[in-house]
Design a protein around this ligand. Structure first.
Ligand SMILES: [Zn+2]
Ligand SMILES: [Zn+2]
Length: 219
């Protein structure tokens, strides 16, 4: 199933030598996911994706890896609630803990309501959760909603002329021309190459899906 372009918050799970199984059954849509990077060192690194646009719950139990549930019905048995929020072009994770004294964030005792950004670390005791962002850019022919939009670099309007390709910034949705050698060089619009970063939010141009930051233990 192809994923919608954009940016999501995710949590890399670091275990402290404890033998764990996957998350319990019953959370198929939001269960533990496996790292998608193709290197052997990282492909088995578990990470959790935070669903966008709604509140979810964070769970953990002895002998299993932490997991995220999209159902708030299970809050009574959860460590707390998580929700992605957006401020400007940046995404943050709000973590509301039931028992904040039991956990640490970046080495300090957690608060009941915590605002986390990429690079922050939540210590659950047996596991550490490393906050990261995952990019899913759009690269391809312009979609219907892109036609007539001004390119974020050259300001020319996006058209559906032959060979037209665009790049949509996963962080902010800004559109830029991204034509390849299918188009004669003299007429080619290579705005992503020239710009190197999104002129709207300053995120680097990355045509492949991946994580904004990967914790040291993964590499
Ligand atoms: Zn352009
Ligand atoms: Zn952007």
């Amino acid at each position: 199933m192809s994923e919608a372009p954009g940016q999501t918050v995710c949590l890399f799970v670091e275990s402290r030598g404890r033998r764990c199984t996957a998350a319990p059954r019953g959370h198929a849509a939001l269960r533990l996911r496996r790292h998608v990077r193709p290197t052997r060192a990282t492909e088995k690194t578990p990470w959790l994706e935070i669903p966008s646009g709604r509140i979810a719950t964070l769970h953990s139990q002895t002998g299993s890896l932490p997991w995220i549930s999209g159902s708030c019905d299970s809050f009574d048995h959860a460590l707390g609630m998580v929700e992605t929020i957006r401020y400007g072009h940046r995404r943050y994770l709000v973590l509301v803990l039931r028992e904040p004294d039991e956990f640490r964030i970046n080495g300090l005792v957690a608060s009941r309501i915590n605002l986390l950004c990429a690079g922050d670390v939540v210590d659950l005791g047996g596991h550490q959760l490393h906050v990261s962002l995952r990019n899913i850019p759009y690269v391809g022919p312009p979609r219907s909603e892109d036609l007539g939009v001004s390119c974020g670099y050259c300001r020319l309007k996006i058209s559906d002329s032959p060979g037209m390709r665009i790049y949509a910034c996963p962080a902010c949705g800004n559109i830029m021309h991204d034509q390849t050698d299918e188009v004669e060089q003299l007429h080619r619009l290579e705005c992503t190459t020239l710009a190197a970063c999104c002129h709207h939010c300053r995120s680097p141009v990355t045509r492949e899906r991946g994580f904004v930051n990967v914790p040291d233990f993964v590499t």
